[in-house]
Design a protein. Structure first.
Length: 82
């Protein structure tokens, strides 16, 4: 699905602990504006896999329709919203 820049929110989780990142991401999704269709979650991957695994495997929210990654940035996961 192609979306415009105005329909994307970027959330940076760098330097957060897993629980802190989970709570922060939940709050960001809860308050997201209706016109936002994707959240680009920047979690990194070179300093460990904890945040990456939390976002890609464990994190759930009722507004998330799907998750995807790109070859261009392994340290980011895209959350597709309803």
């Amino acid at each position: 699905m192609l979306v415009s820049r105005e329909e994307i929110l970027e959330v940076n989780l760098h330097n957060m602990q897993v629980l802190e990142a989970k709570v922060y991401l939940e709050l960001e999704i809860d308050r997201v504006l209706p016109e936002i269709k994707e959240i680009h979650v920047v979690h990194g991957y070179k300093k460990g896999q904890l945040l990456l695994n939390m976002v890609r495997k464990d994190f759930k929210h009722e507004k998330i329709r799907g998750k995807r990654t790109t070859f261009f940035n392994l340290g980011m996961t895209i959350l597709e919203l309803y």
